[in-house]
Design a protein around this ligand. Structure first.
Ligand SMILES: Nc1ncnc2c1ncn2[C@@H]1O[C@H](COP(=O)(O)OP(=O)(O)OP(=O)(O)O)[C@@H](O)[C@H]1O
Ligand SMILES: [Mg+2]
Length: 781
């Protein structure tokens, strides 16, 4: 049997073949292709061929099928083409024919034979260089692999492309099959057509397939990238929409939020500087994703800014009698302070923005300093808040943190203002004397600014980043120990010293205020219990030993809760008697004074001032065999040690006058001790007390325990003034002392203080001898 090729070889190459130029396509052997032919000359050639061998030569045109370029000449055709046979012809009514051709073999144009009517060529065969089937195997293998890849990635190939291919083994057929699927450019196809070596031919096909894979992969990459970015954007959009819906449900719509904020800003009528900052942050908030950390920080900031009382003030109640009523309602006594407040209100009546003082209430604990601040606010009808500086060491507590991290907050002043919502509240700066300082800065420096009327007009809080006007606020500071407040700070304030209460005052406070409050707070109201004066005095004497009334208030509350219990359990009202107090409150905490007031050798009642009020302490001196040494114990400070030495020198100098044998100084040691050794003591005011004890010990004459004393002495025995007179007298009274001995020069301290001196004798003295005369009793037999 003849192969198609052999058959062609014999007959074809002897005759002239009509040429059919092909546009945009190169026909390979075995390929079946439909062609449209319009050119008269070519149709003539086809007709002639159909009458004979039906063979034609298909030559690809180098020119593009472009109407503008006119007819195609022979020079435009490639010289190698495919001998093909015409399988069918259909005439088209408009002129021209449609033919179906099948490629047979490759051939090169030998000579062009043209006449008017027909384009003829004579051809010669192109020898295929046959290659061993074995050598082609790797090519085939690669082609199959790539085909598989193509099928999965390139959608212009059908999925079964590689399945069909995988079953084929004939290199020629494989090539044909692939060629019919490839979409080659004319140049590429022509190149392949002209390849004579079968291996190279397959390589060419392989290269084309590779190109396809690459194109497909690139396309896929681009497509998937587009899809990815699309997906992300879509996802975000979708989620945001959902979030919006949820927020709307919850009434937390963001855009709405921002609109609300805008509106609020307009209403607030902010100063330009503040307005600018808030708007800047608001714009920023709008641009940040609502659920980001940054947005939270910014939103908090804006909310704080909008919540601050930039222009909100309360109106003062300037009615003097109203104010006095309220002040008296809340506190008993405290005349000086109440007067001062009324003065202030009077000024306000005359001048609305008159001078607002910065008051500082100084005194022992529990005397109503803090509660007075609140009461003043109530009297004036102002808001108030309290910041306690006890133990505050960090400046940012006052000035706030910079807005750089999530937890940053404004300082306590701004926080307080936000809470009360008015720019003219009473700000109670509590425990100003207990402010600290460490590496985080010195808060008292910030307080200097707060408490300076010149500077607090534009108080700068780090968190706000813009100044806030504090000048409308009234500041009230409290302190136990004025000495612990730095000089510049103390200088800015008007100090009002409050002393502790006498027992009758305490009784009144308890009756008129503490008991009532305790009854209301425990819900006992009117029905509960009755405290008579004896009971209250019993409490004051037996259970509280203090300058103020805080402990007194506590024990009263304790009794009220006992009464409440009895009322609930047994439906009975409890009646307290002084004798039954121990049953409810446990044993008395304070010993009977009578025991403490026994005359003893070497023991004198001294009076001292402490931040907690006055204190009575016993100064002890004792002689023991020795060599004239002096021992001082009881945590005495340097000043106190020096007073002891001075007192001893005075005693030595005047020994004969008091009948002291000089041997006593050389044969004995003197030990001076002040009990409560855990409490540090210092100051010069113990001079006269030390001297009394020393001389008592030296002379063996007891000291009259009904006296208590205070006063500094110099070497000549002159008594010099001391501080804290009122507190000391109160302490003496608490200890049931009959007479206090005080330096003459302190007399002015007690002008108009009958309350304090009532019930106690005061002995004003100028020199040591006067004291010793009074307190040294005769030697006991
Ligand atoms: N004169 C008074 N009249 C009525 N109640 C008083 C009086 N003095 C103090 N109190 C009451 O005593 C309690 C303690 O007072 P407050 O807390 O103001 O003391 P303080 O002087 O601030 O003490 P500290 O120095 O320890 O802070 C409060 O309940 C207060 O109302
Ligand atoms: Mg207080």
């Amino acid at each position: 049997m003849k192969t198609l090729n052999q058959e062609t070889n014999e007959e074809t190459f002897s005759e002239l073949l009509p040429v059919i130029p092909t546009m945009d396509v190169v026909v390979f052997p075995h390929m079946i292709v439909p062609l449209l032919v319009l050119d008269e000359r070519i149709i003539n050639g086809i007709n002639q061929s159909l009458n004979g061998s039906k063979k034609v030569l298909l030559l690809a045109s180098k020119k593009k099928n472009d109407n503008s370029q006119g007819a195609i000449g022979t020079k435009d055709l490639y010289q190698i083409g495919t001998v093909s046979s015409i399988m069918r012809l259909i005439k088209i009514p408009e002129g021209g024919v449609k033919i179906l051709v099948q490629g047979i073999c490759k051939a090169r144009v030998k000579e062009i034979v043209t006449d008017e009517n027909i384009l003829h060529v004579s051809v010669e065969p192109i020898e295929q260089e046959a290659t061993d089937a074995e050598n082609l195997l790797p090519h085939i293998q690669s082609i199959k692999e790539i085909a598989e890849k193509i099928s999965s990635s390139n959608h212009s190939f059908s999925p079964d492309f590689h399945i069909i291919l995988s079953k084929m083994n004939d290199p020629t057929k494989i090539a044909d099959f692939i060629l019919s699927h490839l979409n080659l450019s004319v140049e590429e196809a022509q190149d392949l057509l002209e390849t004579q070596n079968q291996g190279e031919f397959l390589e060419g096909i392989l290269a084309q397939l590779n190109k396809e894979v690459e194109i497909a992969e690139t396309q896929e990459r681009i497509r998937s990238r587009a899809r990815d970015s699309m997906n992300k954007a879509q996802k975000e959009f979708y989620l945001r929409e959902q979030l919006k819906a949820i927020k709307q449900e919850l009434g937390e719509d963001d855009a709405e939020d921002i609109d609300k904020m805008r509106k609020k800003i307009e209403e607030l009528n902010l100063a330009p500087e503040v307005l600018e900052e808030v708007n800047r942050q608001l714009n920023r908030l709008e641009k940040t994703a609502p659920d980001s950390v940054e947005a939270t920080v910014t939103r908090n900031y804006i909310e704080t800014m909008l919540a601050l009382p930039w222009n909100t003030e309360t109106k003062d109640n300037l009615d003097l009698s109203h104010a006095l009523t309220i002040l008296n309602e809340d506190h008993y006594g405290l005349k000086d302070v109440k007067e001062r407040i009324l003065d202030f209100i009077s000024i306000r009546n005359l001048k609305e923005d008159g001078y607002a003082p910065i008051l500082c209430f100084a005194g022992p604990p529990g005397i109503g300093k803090t509660s007075l601040g609140k009461s003043i606010a109530r009297a004036l009808g102002r808001e108030h808040f309290r910041i306690s500086l006890g133990g505050v060491k960090d400046e940012s507590e006052i000035r706030g943190h910079r807005r750089t991290y999530v937890g940053s907050m404004p300082g306590r002043i701004i926080q307080g203002l936000r809470k009360v919502g008015s720019k003219n509240p009473i700000i109670i700066i509590d425990e100003l004397d207990k402010i600290g300082a460490d590496f985080r800065g010195d808060p008292s420096a910030a307080m200097l600014e707060v408490l300076d009327p010149q500077q607090n007009k534009s108080f700068y809080d780090n968190y706000l980043g813009v100044p806030f006007d504090l000048s409308k606020a009234i500041f009230i500071a409290t302190a136990n120990d004025l000495g612990a407040i730095s000089e510049p700070l103390r200088d800015r304030m008007e100090v009002i010293n409050l002393s502790g209460y006498t027992a009758p005052e305490k009784l009144n406070i308890a009756k008129n205020h503490l008991v009532k409050r305790a009854l209301t707070d425990t819900g006992l109201g009117e029905k509960g219990i009755e405290f008579n004066d004896d009971v209250i005095t019993g409490l004051i004497e037996g259970y509280t030993r203090e300058a103020g009334v805080r402990n007194l208030e506590r024990v009263i509350r304790k009794l009220c809760s006992k009464a409440a219990r009895v009322l609930v359990e047994k439906q009975e009202s409890l009646i307290f008697m002084p004798e039954t107090l121990e049953k409810h409150l446990g044993p008395k905490q304070i010993l009977d004074y009578d025991n403490a007031l026994i005359n003893q050798i070497g023991i004198t009642n001294g009076l001292a001032w402490t931040p907690f009020g006055g204190e009575m302490l016993k100064v002890e001196a004792i002689l023991m065999p020795g060599k004239g040494k002096v021992i001082l114990t009881g945590q005495l400070g340097d000043v106190m040690k020096e007073s002891a030495t001075a007192a001893l020198s005075y005693a030595k100098a005047h020994a004969t006058k008091f009948g002291v044998d000089s041997k006593r100084f050389s044969d004995f040691d003197l030990h001076i001790h002040i009990p409560a050794g855990a409490v540090p003591k210092d100051g010069p005011s113990g001079g006269i007390t030390l001297l009394s004890s020393i001389l008592s010990a030296l002379t063996d004459r007891p000291i009259n325990a009904k006296f208590a004393m205070t006063g500094e002495i110099n070497l000549r025995g002159k008594i010099m003034p001391i501080g804290g007179v009122k507190e000391k007298i109160l302490a003496a009274k608490r200890n049931h002392i009959e007479t206090v001995i005080l330096p003459h020069q302190n007399k002015n301290d007690l002008v108009d203080q009958e309350d304090i001196t009532k019930g106690i004798k005061v002995l004003w003295v100028e020199n040591a001898e006067e004291v010793l005369e009074q307190v040294l009793l005769p030697q006991e037999a």
